[in-house]
Design a protein around this ligand. Structure first.
Ligand code: CP
Length: 376
């Protein structure tokens, strides 16, 4: 059974998660311990309705399969009512500010998830404004509730994904990623110019836990400066390392885990900001076509059996959905189909841990009582 310090768990009361960089490594360790505990209780069939009757509201300004399902599954297991809405169907699309939206949702909800990942410079700022709107309203009305905001993917980070990836790799590697050689690689995609937040979230998190992280991408696919600086700082503090290569084979050579996925080229991702602000949909379409044409110059960046043979019997990871036949060959994906499913399933327990640590006053005792009652 996973053990954790009740005082450290209590220190997470009221916490929102907007980027993992905002949290200390100790706090992330505590959160993951709670997530592991929820997973073992869930697998034993133990019920944990610690937040019965509360409302877990989530807004998605982009598509999602896994994260919506993880949010709903986590909320339901905790006894909450999950509600998930399309962000574009809210009054945000009619000019309501993020702070106003936060106040209006926060006066009713008990936790708020947000995905806003498509435009650089917007998503994380939106979430911080939403949180300010909630907190200001609750303080002004002497409402003692805390309504944590959970980043379900923004332009900078995809924290529930990166934490789920870390949780899965720790299980795979017997408890720790320290000293492990892990490569986050760009891979070709013809489908759309994907956000930068998954690679940014992964490299900035894993480096804090002692991993030797390689980031591989073609020139022109640089990540944002801030998460790259976080990765370098994290590696220096943890005894891990961080390097960048522009050669996919070099990135795969000797790796013990590989995470090949696509993201958009930096020039076009930046051009999209101005076009979006101007509401110029024709320009947005033209920029997207140029991004895809640039991607197509790098079709050879695919995770195939030849590249997997360069690794040290690496675990294959993907946040999903993968472009099969472009990012990864069908043969590699078939070999790791259950593994990537298990990786995806960890997000459920990460979200349960985020909701429960933020909102259950004596969570450690509640978990112990549930385990005893459930015979786990
Ligand atoms: N990986 C991930 O976040 O999946 P969805 O986009 O389906 O939520």
């Amino acid at each position: 059974m996973t053990r954790f310090d009740a005082v450290q768990v209590r220190a997470l009361l009221g916490r929102s998660l907007l980027v993992t960089h905002d949290w200390s490594t100790d706090d992330l360790e505590t959160l993951l311990s709670v997530a592991e505990r929820f997973e073992s209780l869930d697998r034993a069939g133990t019920r944990v309705p610690f937040l019965a009757g509360e409302l877990a509201y989530a807004m998605f300004f982009d598509n999602s399969t896994r994260t919506k399902s993880a949010w709903a599954g986590a909320a339901a297991r905790l006894g909450m009512h999950p509600i998930i809405v399309d962000g574009s169907s809210t009054q945000v699309s009619h000019g309501e500010t993020a702070e106003e939206t936060g106040a209006m949702l926060g006066m009713n909800a008990h936790a708020l998830g947000v995905r806003h990942d498509l435009i650089l410079g917007e998503g994380n700022t939106f979430m911080r404004d939403v949180q300010r709107g909630i907190d200001t309203y609750l303080a002004a009305t002497n409402d003692p509730r805390s309504v944590p905001v959970v980043n379900l993917q923004c332009d900078i980070d995809h924290p529930t994904q990166a934490l789920a990836d870390l949780m899965w790799m720790r299980e795979h590697f017997g408890g720790s990623v320290a000293g492990r050689r892990i490569t986050m690689s760009w891979a070709y995609s013809p489908s759309y110019a994907k956000p930068l937040s998954v690679p940014q979230g992964v490299v900035s998190l894993l480096t804090r836990f002692g991993a030797h992280v390689t980031l591989a991408h073609p020139p022109g696919y640089e990540l944002l400066d801030e998460p790259l600086a976080w990765a370098a700082e994290g590696a220096a503090a943890s005894g891990g390392s961080f390097r960048i290569t522009h050669d996919m084979d070099d990135g795969f050579a000797g790796a013990q885990a590989v995470y090949p996925k696509s993201w958009g080229p930096q020039t076009e991702m930046r051009e999209r900001v101005a076009a979006n602000q101007a509401g110029d949909t024709a320009a947005m379409r033209e920029i997207e076509q140029r991004a895809l044409a640039r991607n197509a110059e790098h079709r050879s960046w695919i995770c195939d059996e030849r590249r997997m043979a360069l690794t040290d019997d690496a675990l294959y990871l993907h946040c999903l959905p993968a472009d099969i036949g472009a990012e990864v060959t069908p043969a590699v994906m078939d070999r790791f189909r259950v593994a990537v499913g298990r990786e995806a399933n960890k997000k459920l327990y990460v979200i349960m841990a985020l909701l429960a640590t933020a909102k259950v006053r004596d969570l450690a005792a509640a978990l112990d009582a549930a385990a005893t009652a459930g015979g786990a």
